[in-house]
Design a protein around this ligand. Sequence first.
Ligand code: SER
Length: 305
Amino acid sequence: MDRVLITGALGQLGTTLQKVLYKKGDFVIATDIRDATKKIECQYEKLDVLSYDELQRIVEKYEINVIYHLVAILSAKGEKNPFHSWKINMETFQNIIDVSIKSKIKKIFWPSSIAVFGKDSNLNFVPQNAHMNPTTIYGVSKLAGEKLMNYYYHKYKLDIRSIRFPGIISMETKPGGGVTDYIIEMLKASKKGKDYNCFLNKDKRLPMIYMEDAISAIILLMSANRSKLTISSSYNIKGFTATPEEFYSAIKSNGYKIRINYKVDYRQKIANTWPEDLDDTKARKDWGWHPKFGLEKTIKSALNI
Ligand code: SER
C-alpha cells in the first residue's frame, strides 16, 4: 500500500488530490503550513517544508513511501517578492529530495507548469522539448526543478515524476495568485451574479485543464511503469485551450447574465510569454493521457449544471 505524504495539501491541487487518494484507499497524511480550517478526512499535520527536521520527523513517523510535493508560490503572486518565492519553491524542493533519498522514498510527484516557457518556445504550439526561457520567478523555479529532477534521477535513481500543468480550473479553493486564475474568478463571480473585471485581454488564448482531468493525469502518471517514461523531466499536457471571451460565451449560454469588463494589468505581460497551445503527444503515448473535459463540459461541471 502507498503511504502518502502531501505537502501544500490545502492549496488548489492538494485540496482535491488528498480526497481522491484517500478514497482510493491510500494511507494519506495531508500537510500544509496553516491549520486546517475545513474538515479533512485523512490525517492532517501542520508542516513547514522549509524545516528539514520537521519534514523528516513526519516522513519517519508515518513510514511514508510516496510524496506529492505541491508547495509553491504561483506566477503572479511570486513576482511581488521573487527572493521569497525562490526560497519557498526551491528550498522546499531540495528538502523533499534530500529526505527522499535518505528515507528511500519510492516515488515523488512534483508539478511543473506552462510558466517554464517563454517567447522563443514556439508559443502557438509548444513542443515537449521547447526552448525554455521563463519570464517569472515561478517559471524560473519550475524550470530549475525540472533540471534538478532529471539530475537526481540519473545520479540517485530517484523516481520523481512531473507534469507541466496548464491553468487548472476548480471551484473548491480561492484563486491563489496565478495568471490563469482569471477563469476561477469569472466562474465564482457568475455564481454570485456579479459582473467581473478580467485582468487578461479577451482574446488571450491559454491552455487549460479541469481539475478532474488534472487529478486523473497525476494518478495515471504515478501508476505508470517507470520503464515506459521516456521523459525524466516534466510532461506537457492540456485539457483544451480557451480565451476569456470563449469562457464568457460558454457561461452566458448556460443562462448566467453577468457582464464582463476587460481591465488588463501586469498579468497580461506574463500571459504573453505562455503557450496558446502545446503538444502533449508524449504524455498520451507514454502513460495514456487522455482528457475528458473540453470547454463546455468544464463550464457546466464547474457551475454544477
Ligand atoms: N496556474 C499557474 C499560474 O497561473 C500556472 O502554472 O501561475
